[in-house]
Design a protein around this ligand. Structure first.
Ligand code: HEM
Length: 425
C-alpha cells in the first residue's frame, strides 16, 4: 500500500512542546521521535527541552538548508558526552570551527581522490571475495564484513597492524559504534576500548616521528604525522590518534550499510537481478536507496555559533538545534511512497545536497558533512556487487527484525548466511 498523502505541515512557525523534558521520549521512541512529535504539532519543527536544554528539533530540506548554512553551528558542546567520546573526541575535526576546521577538513578530503577511492573499493571487494570463498556456515555477515573492513581500513590508512591487532581494533571500533547511542556500563567499556585503540595509534605517531617506524608514503597516517595547521604547528600525537581512528572506525561502520544492502538483495530479488544483469546505473541507485532507508545516524545536533532568524524565531548563540537525518531521508515531501524500498526512484534524479542526508548535508569542504561519504559509497558499491553478482548464498530462518529504538540499528541476527559459495567465472 502506498503512503497516504501527508497532511500539509505548518512551515511558518515553531510550536513549543508542553512536556517539561523529552529526553526519555527520545530514547524510548528512537528514530521516529522527531517526525512523530513534529506530526503531533502539525509542523516540521518544534521546540522542547532535551537534557534540560531548550532545543529546536526539525527535519526536511528547508531545515537542512537552515542547519547547513556555513558557519552557523558548532558541534562543540552539542552532542552529549556519552556519544561524543565514542564518535569524535577532543581535538577531532568535528570539534573545530572556522579556518581551523577548513584547513583540517581539506586534509581529510585530500585522501578522497578517485585513485585512492578505487584502491579502497578494490581492496574491500577482493577481501570480501576471499572471506566468502571460505565462509563459516551460520556466521553473521555483519561480523564478517566488519573484520574485512578493519583490515582494509588499516591498510588504506597506512597503519601497520598484525592480524591480532586488526582483530582487536575491529572489536574496539565495533563497540564504539554499537554503544554510541547507549548510556551506562556498555558505553563506559566502549570508551575504555577507545582509549586502548588511541594509545596504540598515538604510539605509532611517536615512533614515526622518532624515525623508528616508516609509514607508507602518501598514506593518511603519514600525512597526519607530517601535517601542520594554519598556525604552523604539528598535531599532538594524541590528536593524530583521534583522527586516524576517525578514519578507521567509520570505515568499519560501513559494515552496517553492507549488511542492510545484503538484506535488501535478499528481500528484493528483482533489484538484485538488475544488478546481476549490469543494468546501467542500477548499482548506484540501489546503494543510494539502501543509504536512504537504513536507520543509521538518527540526527545531528549543533549549537548556534552565529545568531540568525528562521521561521520568525531568533536563534541565539549557544542554542541547540537537532536536525533529523533519518526523518529527512523519509520525508514524504521529498520522497514519494517514502517507506518503500525502491531504487528506481533515483532514475533521472541525482541526490541533492539537502535531501539525501544520511551522512549530513551541504558541502563537505566548507561544512561538517561527512568526510567519508564518497568512500562509503564506493565501498558499498564494490561489496554489494560481489554479493549480488559473484556469490550464491541462502538466508536461513532467523530473527531479521530491526528495532527502531536501537541506535544505530541492525537486523537482530546480524544477517546469518548459509551455503555460501562463489560462482565460477
Ligand atoms: C559508515 C557510514 C557513515 C555514516 C552513516 C556517517 C555519518 C556521518 C555524519 C552524520 C557526520 C556528521 C555530519 C555533521 O556533523 O553535520 C559525519 C561526519 C564525519 N565523518 Fe562520517 N559517516 C560514515 C562514514 C564515514 C567514513 C567512511 C569516514 C572516513 C573515511 C567518515 C569520516 C567522517 C569525518 C572525519 C566526519 C567529521 C566531519 C566534520 O566535522 O567536518 N565517515 N559522518
Amino acid at each position: 500500500m502506498p503512503d497516504r498523502d501527508p497532511a500539509p505541515l505548518d512551515t511558518t512557525s515553531i510550536p513549543r512542546a508542553r512536556m517539561p523534558d523529552l529526553t526519555l521520549s527520545f530514547l524510548a521512541e528512537g528514530y521516529d521521535f522527531i517526525r512523530e512529535h513534529c506530526a503531533y504539532h502539525g509542523s516540521d519543527a518544534f521546540e522542547a527541552r532535551l537534557l534540560g536544554r531548550r532545543t529546536v528539533f526539525c527535519y526536511g530540506e528547508e531545515a537542512a538548508r537552515m542547519f547547513y548554512e556555513p558557519g552557523r553551528f558548532t558541534r562543540r558542546g552539542a552532542v552529549p558526552s556519552f556519544a561524543f567520546k565514542l564518535l569524535q573526541d577532543e581535538g577531532s575535526v568535528a570539534t573545530l570551527d572556522g579556518e581551523a576546521h577548513r584547513a583540517r577538513k581539506a586534509l581529510f578530503m585530500s585522501f578522497m581522490t578517485p585513485v585512492r577511492l578505487d584502491a579502497v573499493a578494490d581492496a574491500a571487494a577482493s577481501r570480501l571475495r576471499d572471506r566468502l570463498a571460505a565462509y563459516p556456515d551460520g556466521a553473521a555477515l555483519h561480523d564478517v564484513v566488519r573484520d574485512v573492513l578493519c583490515r582494509v581500513a588499516c591498510d588504506w590508512v597506512g597503519v601497520p597492524a598484525s592480524p591480532d591487532e586488526v582483530a582487536s581494533l575491529a572489536e574496539e571500533a565495533g563497540a564504539m559504534i554499537d554503544e554510541a547511542g547507549s548510556v551506562g556500563p556498555a558505553n563506559w567499556i566502549a570508551r575504555l576500548r577507545r582509549h586502548r585503540s588511541e594509545e596504540m595509534l598515538a604510539h605509532l605517531a611517536r615512533e614515526a616521528r622518532a624515525g623508528r617506524l616508516e609509514l607508507p608514503e602518501g598514506s593518511p597516517a603519514a600525512a597526519f604525522v607530517a601535517w601542520r595547521g594554519p598556525d604552523g604547528a604539528p598535531l599532538d600525537d594524541a590528536v593524530v590518534a583521534v583522527e586516524l581512528l576517525n578514519l578507521i572506525r567509520p570505515i568499519v561502520a560501513i559494515a552496517r550499510f553492507v549488511t542492510f544492502a545484503a538484506l535488501a538483495l535478499h528481500e528484493h530479488p528483482a533489484a538484485r537481478e538488475a544488478i546481476r544483469a549490469h543494468e546501467e546505473g542500477q548499482l548506484g541507485r540501489f546503494v543510494s536507496e539502501v543509504r536512504r532507508t537504513t536507520p543509521f545516524f538518527p540526527a545531528i545536533a549543533g549549537r548556534v555559533r552565529t545568531p540568525f532568524a528562521w521561521r520568525g524565531r531568533a536563534f541565539e548563540e549557544g542554542e541547540l538545534v537537532v536536525l533529523d537525518l533519518y526523518g529527512t531521508d523519509r520525508d514524504p515531501r521529498l520522497w514519494r511512497d517514502a517507506a518503500r524500498f525502491d531504487p528506481a526512484r533515483f532514475h533521472g534524479r541525482e541526490p541533492g545536497a539537502y535531501d539525501l542526508i544520511p551522512q549530513g548535508g551541504g558541502d563537505p569542504f566548507s561544512g561538517h558533512r561527512c568526510a567519508g561519504e564518497w568512500l562509503t559509497i564506493v565501498v558499498m558499491e564494490a561489496m554489494t556487487a560481489v554479493l549480488a553478482r559473484e556469490a550464491v548464498w541462502r538466508v536461513p530462518e532467523q530473527d531479521l527484525s530491526v528495532s527502531l529504538t536501537d541506535m544505530p540499528a541492525l537486523p537482530k541476527s546480524g544477517l546469518v548466511l548459509a551455503d555460501v559459495r562463489l560462482e565460477a567465472g
